[in-house]
Design a protein around this ligand. Structure first.
Ligand code: ZN
Length: 83
């Protein structure tokens, strides 16, 4: 009776409930990255043929304005889009 090992099987994690990557969303054309630990932000553009794949980083007080405007500005400046 001194067996300390619990031989009952552990409940297996229900991995099937985890949503996996499905079809790649077409609307993702860039990624805004805000690093709160280091207080900086940047924007990575994923569009094919983009001449400026990375914007920034900007720091501290420049972050809110950057977050608000960079995608629109980038698309207008490098991809000829006005939104
Ligand atoms: Zn771009």
């Amino acid at each position: 009776m001194a067996d300390a090992t619990d031989t009952r099987p552990l409940a297996a994690p229900r991995a099937r409930d985890t949503p996996g990557p499905t079809a790649a969303p077409q609307q993702i054309d860039g990624l805004l990255v805000v690093d709160f630990d280091n207080r900086r932000a940047r924007y990575d553009c994923y569009r094919t043929g983009c001449p400026q794949r990375r914007e920034g980083p900007v720091h501290d007080g420049g972050i809110p304005e950057f977050v608000r405007t960079i995608k629109t500005e980038h698309l207008a400046r490098y991809h000829g889009e006005q939104r």
